[in-house]
Ligand binder design. Sequence first.
Ligand code: ADP
Ligand code: ADP
Ligand code: MG
Length: 629
Amino acid sequence: MIRSLLIANRGEIACRIIRTARRLDIRTIAVFSDADRQALHVREADEAVHIGASPARESYLVGEKILVAAKAAGAAAVHPGYGFLSENAEFAEAVMEAGLVWVGPSPASIRAMGLKDAAKRLMDEAGVPTTPGYLGDDQAPDRLKAEADAIGYPVLIKAVAGGGGKGMRKVNAASEFADMLTSCKREAAASFGDDKVLIEKYIERPRHIEVQVFGDSHGNVVHLFERDCSLQRRHQKVIEEAPAPGMDEATRAAVCEAAVKAARAVDYVGAGTIEFIADASQGLRADRIWFMEMNTRLQVEHPVTEEITGQDLVEWQLRVASGEPLPKRQEELSIDGWAMEARLYAEDPAQEFLPSTGRLDHFVLGRGIRVDTGVEEGDRISPYYDPMIAKLIAHGRTRDEAIEALVETLEQVEVWPVKTNAAFLARAAADADFRAGEVDTAFIPARLDSLVPDSMPPEGVWNMAAEAVLASDFGGPSDAADPWRALQGFRANAEADWRVALRHGGETRTIAVSEDAELAGVATASGDTMLVFAEGQAFAFKLPGAGGGAAGGAASDGSLLSPMPGRVIAVDARQGDKVMKGQKLVTLEAMKMEHSLVAPFDGIVAELNAAEGAQVTEGTMLVRVEKGE
Ligand code: ADP
Ligand code: ADP
Ligand code: MG
């Protein structure tokens, strides 16, 4: 068994790998960028090596720097985690050439599955059913259009080098094809440096079904059953589960067998995932499930498989990389109960899922279920990396039990002042159709409005805040400096209830609190703010007189501030321009997301303080619009 391991990643996956390595008595070496000096993965590893500046392009994506770190620390092996360099065949090769053990499949396997068109061709040859479509080298727009017409609309245009849901366009009718092709190719060239596309039939009632496979260097390949990852937003997984609802034994056997066949076709060693798309219009049927792509690495959602099989997949990876045979044979593996995972993101669903950065002043995730996280209270969410901060993983005897545990935990998430999608996830998991197993990839888009919670507090939360104020008034420390000690609660008259005046955002209310009211939620005072956590959301209340306003967005004088640190990628207005309310003025990129600042009202661009390519800090005034004709 390898004795030391460098983890070429960060965040929750680095922490996850460290946990298993520690149990196996393997020395762990973390790498970190400037922004991650104090990060949890650095604190948890036995050693840590600095590899460069904060942008991933200057640190986590630079293979040479990671190899230098591995040499310096005397590491015997490199685990790439997921994302970053995990599917980079050149890096895998360089690791091996440096005499280190690569915890992953061979560069040849990575290459064979790296491009979606080549992978599909290979699967066709191996007898694995693939989504009907066009995989040709002739990329002339007319030819692509003719192929799409022949396949029949709707079709999906996909960048062959694509990943992470980028470089994909659904085309509903022939008339849209040319425009969609142009924009897909543009995005593919910008994101992957390769604008080649393939065309696929768009599967109706699509469900994303994937199979965990594992191979060793002795020629063994097993599967660890399927996962369902149909709950997606913008082609990105949000909630995943194992097994797949509505999967019967015969269909499971067929799809898992096809996955093993796919892995064997590329002599696969290590952990991999075969992704399929299923047409679920008539339930899950073996003849309606097609190969989509293979991810040649550990997958974000691997914990649900670990929960139902009782196996530690990182341990399997380390054993296989050390030359050991797979820990279990196929017939020794079985499904125990049901598991669900929700991805907790630092983002604000109410603001179009804008990533949220800053210090985690308050960070309490549920107890009782598995939490894989890369941060703790007091840590900072920087704007440089993926906004996923934790995964909540529930396991139950039945699907209902798993859902219940997941919803309960999500509703108890307490995070402040960074925004999260906890309430959004809780609503999705609690949805009646989801409970009934009625999942497909349109589930979230079709319900977006009802899944995104209102950022204004409901009645009950105002009451909770008021009760908490009264409680702190009476039961709190008798410190004169405590702003809550001052008289916040007062009786309107002898018989009436207690009254408390509170402010939330721009709204002030006087709330009557009956003396026997129960304090149902979680409320806690932090400085001059009373925080209420309810159903996964956080609400901040202040006394009517207290100061402080929100940074970012539009101030009433028409100033547009940068809501987070980021890079200006487009400036669509010039000083003196006449602009209309809602018109896009400046676009920022941060945490892989684009965010546009728009004119708050009709007017003139009075000040412009943004240049394309400029790096800006949070709260920078970028544009000021003045009212006028
Ligand atoms: P990526 O590399 O970005 O993960 P995939 O090929 O795995 O790209 O597709 C991502 C998602 O897009 C799938 O999970 C599914 O929701 C949707 N999708 C992909 N192909 C099809 C298809 N042919 N029909 C319908 N939906 C599809
Ligand atoms: P797929 O979407 O098919 O699983 P990708 O390689 O695009 O394939 O996605 C891997 C996912 O992991 C992406 O959502 C990516 O942004 C995310 N990711 C990569 N590295 C990290 C990390 N260290 N912490 C959190 N998320 C990460
Ligand atoms: Mg995929």
